[in-house]
Design a binder for this molecule. Structure first.
Ligand SMILES: [Zn+2]
Length: 452
């Protein structure tokens, strides 16, 4: 038994915040939550760490993260390319060259950074070529992870194939259970890069196996144009006519959707993962079409994502939460509609509900998994401490003040240091692998990088 002391932001149904509270952890689960005095009295033999000034939160969720491809060329794709070019002349060629070693290294890096920023649960966005290697990375780093494997049936492209072949690969990934932290979901690339047969087959597979499913849709206006040209209907209307929408599905993006599509998402209880930094970084029009606010207002199922290291770049859920809150306030010139506490819900309990795992994580409640984040409020950005710690967490802080992280009760970040991986060795491997990938894929030959 271990007792962790601090002000506890529970995110429980009453959204209780316990000043000078404590969380008692037994094995992988939360055994007790309450005032420090009471928890200590009840468990006198348990070791207590932390102080009343620490801030304890449930582990953060990242609902859309590419673990491979971008990471080894992080922040390398110029940010002034025309739409689509970043993906098809940079990201896709790099993916095509990814070996199993690259996949494992790339995922290790992203999950390591995630943990140090308090992200304890990651959902992969659907671009893993070697799922067994990424599962090994998650086991090594000790991060909770849902794996997403490549799924598209276009004519040319890395890891594409015929419908049956793609579905077989998805099915094999679903069998890949390496331990309690790692699971898989059905993942297609999405957009207009999936045939009707593929998306219908993938939906049937997800329902049969009782797992979640994801694909990309409408981060920009181009999916609307291609679906209208191919089907004469808007993307979500078409997918609904195929029976694809439902509570099993978490669509990445859905930024450029109309009123009817908002209704469909609400009616079908289909989740949306919002990655606001990606849309801003890529200039996709979030400031004009912030429909995620409408979904939130109507009780829609929403989670936050960080996307990739060339579209949002930093894997820090608190930055995404702050941007989402700012966009929500700004859209209708109404700062009353959404605030820091709402943003934290998306990063924790409402995100967990949208991704179907709120029975396990997302709040600090007895019986749930002990995924906990401790922020150090002795750092400068926390001085003086606000009487509302959530307000200060979202607007005045970020992942830098994360000092301790626990995943399933395991102490994976201690005093700011990752305990599971040798970061220096990881850095050496990443530099070598990134350089080799650039050479093999031929990307960046004409890029205007400074000559250093
Ligand atoms: Zn994505």
């Amino acid at each position: 038994m271990r007792i962790i002391r601090g002000t506890v932001v529970t995110m429980n149904p009453g959204r209780d915040i316990i000043v000078d509270g404590a969380v008692a952890v037994h094995g992988s689960t939360i055994a007790e939550v309450g005032s420090f005095d009471r928890v200590q009295l009840k468990h006198p033999a348990a070791t207590a760490t932390g102080s009343a000034s620490d801030l304890i939160l449930p582990g953060y969720l990242n609902g859309h993260q590419h673990l491979t491809g971008d990471r080894l060329i992080q922040s390398s794709i110029p940010d002034d390319l025309p739409p689509g070019e970043a993906i098809f002349t940079w990201v896709v060629p790099v993916h095509a060259e990814h070996s199993g070693d690259d996949d494992e290294l790339s995922a290790t890096l992203t999950l390591a950074e995630s943990l140090t920023n308090g992200i304890t649960t990651t959902f992969e966005a659907g671009t893993i070529a070697h799922p067994n290697r990424v599962a090994q990375a998650a086991e090594r780093v000790r991060s909770r992870l849902t794996i997403g494997t490549w799924g598209w049936d276009i004519e040319h492209g890395p890891f594409t194939g015929a419908v049956d072949e793609v579905l077989d690969r998805q099915s094999a990934a679903l069998d890949l259970v390496t331990g309690p932290l790692v699971s898989s979901w059905v993942s297609l690339v999405g957009h207009d890069l999936m045939s009707d047969d593929l998306v219908v087959g993938a939906t049937a597979l997800a329902r049969k196996r009782d797992v979640g499913m994801t694909f990309h849709l409408s981060p920009s206006t181009s999916d609307n144009e291609s679906y209208l040209a191919r089907t004469s209907t808007r993307p979500l209307a078409h997918l609904n006519s195929l029976g694809v929408l439902g509570p099993h599905l978490a669509i990445a993006h859905a930024v450029h959707i109309n009123d009817d599509e908002v209704d469909l998402l609400i009616d079908q209880r289909t989740s949306v993962v919002s990655c606001p930094w990606a849309y801003i970084r890529l200039g996709q029009g979030l400031s004009r079409e912030f429909r995620h606010l409408d979904l939130w207002r109507r009780g829609g199922r929403l989670a936050l994502g960080c996307d990739s290291e060339n579209a949002g770049d930093m894997v820090d859920g608190l930055r995404s939460a702050a941007l989402f809150a700012g966009m929500a306030k700004d859209r209708d010139l109404d700062p009353t509609v959404f605030g820091a506490h709402d943003a934290l819900e998306l990063l924790t309990i409402r995100g967990a509900e949208a991704l179907g795992i709120d029975d396990q994580v997302g709040s600090i409640e007895v019986g749930k998994q002990a995924d906990l984040v401790v922020h150090d409020r002795s750092r400068l950005e926390w001085i003086p401490p606000s009487p509302d710690p959530v307000l200060q967490l979202i607007w005045g802080s970020d992942g830098r003040s994360v000092r301790e992280v626990f995943v399933a009760g395991e102490h994976v970040v201690a005093d700011g240091q990752l305990q599971t991986v040798d970061v220096d060795a990881l850095a050496d491997d990443a530099v070598a692998a990134g350089t080799a990938l650039r050479t093999r894929s031929g990307i960046g030959a004409t890029a205007r990088w400074p000559q250093l």
